[in-house]
Design a binder for this molecule. Structure first.
Ligand SMILES: NC(=O)c1ccc[n+]([C@@H]2O[C@H](COP(=O)([O-])OP(=O)(O)OC[C@H]3O[C@@H](n4cnc5c(N)ncnc54)[C@H](O)[C@@H]3O)[C@@H](O)[C@H]2O)c1
Length: 252
């Protein structure tokens, strides 16, 4: 059977940890050639090593998604190495501090919005012209159940993830005529360093189970599957969509 991402050039941010690393590994297994960015140099290079261990191909550039110069350099690296970008996964994100709106730090608010929302905007701003030139592409933005519902004490995170949903829908409308699909996924909680920081390494399983109709904590690989599918030509008529990947957490 053909690999889902055979010969696709896939750019991915936040590649050094959690969902980014899992997606890189799954995409490589499915035949993609990877251009990886993360603000953390060491963990990004570690992901490249893991991709190569399974026989995949990847290059890495230290990239802070709040800096347009970094994003332009990452895209430049993709073009210099592979000549085009077919797919982009805008995954880098932070959870931010936990506080009610009235107590939320102004600087922290701006930091979370800058990374989670402006970072996705900047990535798409520079990815899209290259995809237009290439005659098409697929973008997957990483939302959350927090894109479609509230989460107590996480106002900046929830606001940023709601906003990425609107940005995704609008961009899909504007670029459909260029054969570019733009989608967002809404994962529930799955085990990564981020969710372990939020729920505790040893307590995450028990914390998440009661909130999840399927009564378990997901693995990052299970979420990565949906991203790979949305990047692939097998989802050719899916654009402007939000896909819940959450064990029915937001059912109904
Ligand atoms: N873990 C969950 O339960 C969960 C649930 C829903 C959505 N998500 C979303 O999935 C995405 C990945 O989260 P994760 O759980 O893998 O988190 P994580 O903290 O394990 O990994 C995030 C990665 O992003 C990188 N990063 C952070 N800020 C960056 C910046 N400014 N520029 C470049 N890279 C940066 C970090 O260095 C890290 O490698 C995020 O967008 C997150 O909001 C996670």
């Amino acid at each position: 059977m053909n690999k889902l991402l055979k010969n696709k050039i896939l750019l991915l941010t936040g590649a050094g940890s959690g969902l980014g690393r899992s997606t890189a590994l799954l995409a490589a297994q499915e035949g993609a050639k990877l251009v990886l960015g993360d603000r953390d140099n060491k963990s990004g290079h570690k992901t490249v090593g893991l991709v190569k261990e399974i026989g995949g191909e990847a290059v890495f550039l230290k990239t802070d998604v709040t800096k347009s110069e970094d994003i332009k350099a990452l895209i430049g690296k993709a073009l210099a190495t592979y000549g085009r970008i077919d797919c982009a996964v805008n995954n880098a994100g932070v959870e931010g501090e936990r506080n009610r709106t009235g107590d939320y730090g102004e600087a922290e608010w701006r930091r979370v919005i800058d990374i989670n929302l402006t970072g996705v905007f900047l990535c798409m701003k520079y990815e899209l012209p290259e995809m237009v030139k290439a005659g098409g592409g697929a973008i997957v933005n990483i939302g959350s159940t927090a894109s479609i519902g509230g989460v107590a004490t996480m106002p900046a995170y929830v606001a940023s993830k709601h906003a990425v949903l609107g940005l995704t829908r609008t961009t899909a409308m504007d670029y459909g005529e260029h054969n570019i699909r733009v989608n967002i996924i809404f994962p529930g909680s799955f085990r990564t360093p981020m969710s372990e920081r939020l729920f505790g390494v040893d307590t995450i399983e028990e914390a998440v189970k009661p909130l999840t109709p399927m009564r378990r904590l997901a693995k990052a690989d299970e979420v990565a599957e949906s991203i790979v599918w949305l990047c692939s030509d097998r989802s050719s008529w899916v654009s402007g969509s939000g896909l819940s990947v959450d064990g029915a957490k937001r059912a109904g």
